[in-house]
Design a protein around this ligand. Structure first.
Ligand code: C2E
Ligand code: FE
Length: 365
């Protein structure tokens, strides 16, 4: 009898979700309802849905229940953290105890704060395509029974229907995610090789790249362009491959001849990358990152809005990061000194509009 009551409750819940899928125009409302049901019917402390953004190969939280921290809008890169692995491998992941699991500091701290210790997640798949990930978290270890998994299956397929029904997700690219991911990883490998030659500290390229993508988002660069921004930023100095070590690693000021050679690096980047069809749309940053707003830059001496916006944005981030890092020819400046330098350069070296947004962005982080 208790069984029957439970069955009735489940069927009623499913009907409510169906209703919401048909009538609610708001995907996050429907997904929130599914998460409420997961918590209620499966007796777990927290649950989330992340959806895949194919332009940036990131997963973004669109609904969460049971967290005190706001997750909405937070992004995870495909292949990273736990949810990123679930989306990439298309395999459910069950971790009874998160204690010894590898993850970033940010997530570790968040999970500790929420006291969540057990994890279960599965990919949301429609017609063979991964659209997102549904995560379940609990404050005690848990071992899902087959009955539990059955209910979970039912609810995650409702989530899949809801996401698929949402118009926004109908133009997913056909290229297989695994292939695209392997491609991005290869580019990141090149970027690490470049960092190594420059004796850059680990993660320099990634740092500049993440900040540039964020800045471009704030500047209103359309999301379809962000993957090219990312690739271009990762490879911005690939042209330095054509600059001899004696110049690149020189501990002092460059002679005029050496400087002539150094100034060829944007041109080398074009030679290197333009034969690669995939990377041609990503050339703006490698090619134009040393142009200056007032026309005094190189290689072409472009000025103002003739310089592509993404390159104007990158120039600010590049100089900021260069100044706050040690170089063979000088030691790192403080954050404040670097910000002051950028501010002073607004209207001369840098696009003043970009500088304003950049400084706001730094204050936020
Ligand atoms: P980088 O070291 O990655 O620097 C990128 C950009 O940050 C520079 O572009 C410049 O706009 C800014 N920047 C970096 N350090 C300083 C600094 O100490 N003071 C000021 N005011 N700005 C700075 P830039 O000038 O076109 O240089 C391009 C690349 O040429 C640099 O990339 C670096 O690899 C090389 N380079 C520049 N100056 C020297 C130098 O005196 N000695 C050596 N060995 N290399 C240099
Ligand atoms: Fe450069």
């Amino acid at each position: 009898n208790a069984d029957l009551q439970q069955q009735v409750r489940r069927v009623t819940a499913l009907r409510e979700i169906d209703q919401s899928i048909v009538s609610s125009g708001d995907l996050s409302v429907t997904l929130g309802m599914i998460l409420d049901n997961i918590r209620l019917q499966l007796g777990v402390d927290a649950a989330t849905v992340l959806l895949l953004k194919t332009h940036t190969l990131t997963l973004e939280y669109v609904a969460a229940r049971g967290f005190t921290t706001a997750l909405q809008g937070l992004a995870v890169r495909l292949g990273e953290e736990l949810s990123g692995r679930v989306a990439l491998t298309r395999q459910p992941l069950i971790i009874p105890d998160l204690q010894n699991v590898l993850m970033s500091q940010t997530w570790r701290e968040m999970l500790n704060e929420e006291r969540l210790m057990a994890y279960f997640a599965a990919p949301i798949i429609v017609k063979g395509k991964v659209l997102g990930v549904l995560e379940v978290l609990h404050r005690q270890p848990f071992e899902p029974s087959s009955g539990w998994l059955e209910v979970f299956e039912m609810l995650i397929s409702q989530a899949a229907i809801a996401v698929n029904n949402d118009g926004l997700f109908q133009d997913l690219e056909q290229t297989s995610l695994e292939l695209r991911f392997a491609y991005e990883e290869t580019i990141e490998g090149w970027a690490r090789a470049l960092d190594l030659r420059d004796h850059e500290t680990e993660g320099h390229s990634r740092r500049v790249t993440d900040l540039t993508v964020k800045l471009c988002q704030h500047l209103g660069v359309p999301s379809e362009k962000l993957m090219d921004v990312r690739r271009g930023a990762l490879l911005h100095d690939i042209g330095k491959m054509g600059v001899p070590d004696a110049i690149l690693l020189k501990p002092g000021k460059l002679t005029p001849e050496e400087w002539q050679k150094m100034k060829k690096h944007p041109g080398f980047a074009v030679k290197l990358l333009s034969p690669i069809k995939f990377l041609r749309p990503a050339l703006d940053i490698p090619q134009y990152h040393h142009e200056r707003w007032d026309g005094s830059g190189y290689p072409l001496g472009l000025s103002g809005e003739d310089i592509p916006l993404t390159a104007r944005a990158f120039a600010v981030v590049d100089v900021y990061d260069a100044l706050t890092s040690d170089r063979p020819y000088r030691e790192a400046w403080s954050r404040e000194q670097a910000v002051e330098h950028i501010r002073t350069g607004a209207g001369a070296h840098f696009d003043p509009g970009v500088v304003e947004v950049f400084i706001q962005l730094l204050k936020l982080s």
